[in-house]
Design a protein around this ligand. Structure first.
Ligand SMILES: NC(=O)c1ccc[n+]([C@@H]2O[C@H](COP(=O)([O-])OP(=O)(O)OC[C@H]3O[C@@H](n4cnc5c(N)ncnc54)[C@H](OP(=O)(O)O)[C@@H]3O)[C@@H](O)[C@H]2O)c1
Length: 320
C-alpha cells in the first residue's frame, strides 16, 4: 500500500527506511530498489532526499521526523520490513542523542507493532554501543538497542553494530580524505589503537541478505570488511599514500589541543543550538584502543560475505 492506502507493485513488497536522505540510508535504499523492493523513506526534507536519491524514480518519500507519530504511521503502514537508519551522529548533549537514538527507536517500534502486516524491524545501531561509558552517543545507541529488545515483544527484529562505515557519499570523513589528497594525514588517538571498517555497499548487502531470510532471531550482530584484526591509522595512511603514489606528512594532533576545541564546541553548542562532531565524548571514542569487531555470527546466520576490501573501498571513495 502507499501512504494513501492504495496498492503499490514492488516485486518484494514495501520496505520502510528512516534516514533515507543520510549516507547509509540512501545506500540501502539504492541497493534494495535494485533488488526489487519498493522503498518508502522517511526524510526531514523530501527535496533533499530526492536530490540525494535522484536516480530512484519510484522512491516514495514521507516527510517528517522521528518525533512525529503520524509520519511514522504513514511510513510503516503496509510495509513488510522497517529499516531504522535515522540517527543523531553529531551533537554535544545527551538529551539530543537520547531523543533521537533511544526515544526515536521506542516510538518507531511501538508504531511498527501496531501494524496489521506485522513488519520485521532492523535497527542500525553502532559498534559504539559496545562501550556506552565512553560518550553520550555510544550510550544512546546502547539505549536504543535496549528499548528495541524491551518494546518489541514477539516482533521479529535484528540490530546491526557496524564499525566505521565509509564510501561515496560520506561527508563526515570527507574533510580527512581531502586533507590527505593535499598531502597531510591527521592522526588522532593512540598509536596502538585498532579499528574495523566497513564499505557502505557491503553493509547494504548484509541488510539485503537479512531481508531474504525468513527468520529474524532478535539478536545483535557486529560486522566488518573481513580484515580480521582491523587497522591502525598508520596502515590506513600507508595504503592511501600507496594508492595516490604520494608521500603524506603525518600530523599527530595532541590531546590537549583536541580537548580545548572539543570543550569550546560543547559550550558553543548550547549557545548556537548547532550539533558539533568534535566533543569530549567523541575524543574518548577516538582514544579508545579497541574498535575491532567480529563477523562470525552474522556470516554463519545469513551467509553474507563482505566483498570490498579497504584498498578497493578507498579507491571507489576517492573517485567520488
Ligand atoms: N557512518 C558510520 O560510520 C556509522 C557507523 C555505525 C553506525 N552508524 C549509524 O548509522 C545510522 C546512519 O548514519 P549515517 O552515517 O548515515 O548518518 P547521516 O548521514 O547523518 O544520516 C542520519 C540520518 O538520520 C536522519 N535523522 C536525524 N535525526 C532525525 C530525526 N529526529 N528525525 C528523522 N530523521 C532524522 C537524518 O536526516 P537529515 O538528512 O534530514 O539530516 C539523516 O537522514 C545512524 O544511526 C548511525 O548511528 C553510522
Amino acid at each position: 500500500m502507499n501512504v494513501n492506502g492504495t496498492l503499490v507493485t514492488g516485486r518484494k513488497g514495501v520496505v520502510a527506511i528512516t534516514g533515507v536522505s543520510g549516507f547509509i540510508g540512501s545506500a540501502v535504499a539504492r541497493r534494495l530498489t535494485a533488488a526489487g523492493w519498493r522503498v518508502r523513506g522517511l526524510a526531514r526534507s523530501s527535496s533533499q532526499a530526492r536530490i540525494r536519491l535522484s536516480t530512484l524514480d519510484k522512491l516514495e518519500i514521507v516527510e517528517g521526523t522521528l518525533e512525529d507519530s503520524s509520519s511514522l504511521r504513514q511510513l510503516v503502514r503496509g510495509s513488510r520490513v522497517v529499516i531504522h537508519c535515522a540517527g543523531a551522529v553529531r551533537g554535544a548533549h545527551a538529551e539530543h542523542f537520547n531523543r533521537v537514538n533511544a526515544d526515536g527507536v521506542t516510538a518507531l517500534v511501538r508504531i511498527t507493532r501496531e501494524m496489521a502486516e506485522k513488519p520485521s524491524f532492523l535497527l542500525l545501531s553502532s559498534l559504539a554501543a559496545r562501550e556506552p561509558q565512553l560518550s553520550a552517543y555510544a550510550a544512546s545507541k546502547k539505549e536504543g538497542e535496549r528499548q528495541l529488545a524491551m518494546v518489541a515483544g514477539e516482533m521479529p527484529w535484528i540490530a546491526l553494530r557496524p564499525p566505521a562505515v565509509y564510501g561515496p557519499g560520506d561527508r563526515e570523513l570527507l574533510p580527512l580524505f581531502r586533507l590527505m589528497e593535499k598531502g597531510v594525514a591527521l592522526l588522532v588517538g593512540e598509536r596502538q589503537a585498532r579499528f574495523s571498517m566497513l564499505y557502505v555497499d557491503d553493509l547494504a548487502a548484509a541488510i539485503q541478505s537479512f531481508l531474504e531470510q525468513s527468520e529474524w532471531p532478535q539478536t545483535i550482530y557486529e560486522l566488518h570488511d573481513g580484515h580480521p584484526d582491523g587497522y591502525s591509522w598508520d596502515e590506513v595512511v600507508a595504503l592511501f599514500s600507496r594508492l595516490r603514489a604520494k608521500k603524506l606528512i603525518k600530523l599527530h594532533l595532541p590531546l590537549s589541543l583536541l580537548s580545548l576545541a572539543a570543550n569550546m564546541n560543547q559550550v558553543l553548542s548550547r549557545l548556537t543550538g548547532k550539533h558539533p562532531m568534535l566533543t569530549p565524548g567523541k575524543i574518548r571514542e577516538l582514544y579508545h584502543t579497541d574498535w575491532v569487531c567480529d563477523n562470525q555470527a552474522i556470516m554463519a546466520e545469513i551467509g553474507w560475505q563482505p566483498k570490498v576490501c579497504l584498498e578497493e573501498g578507498l579507491r571507489r571513495t576517492m573517485k567520488w
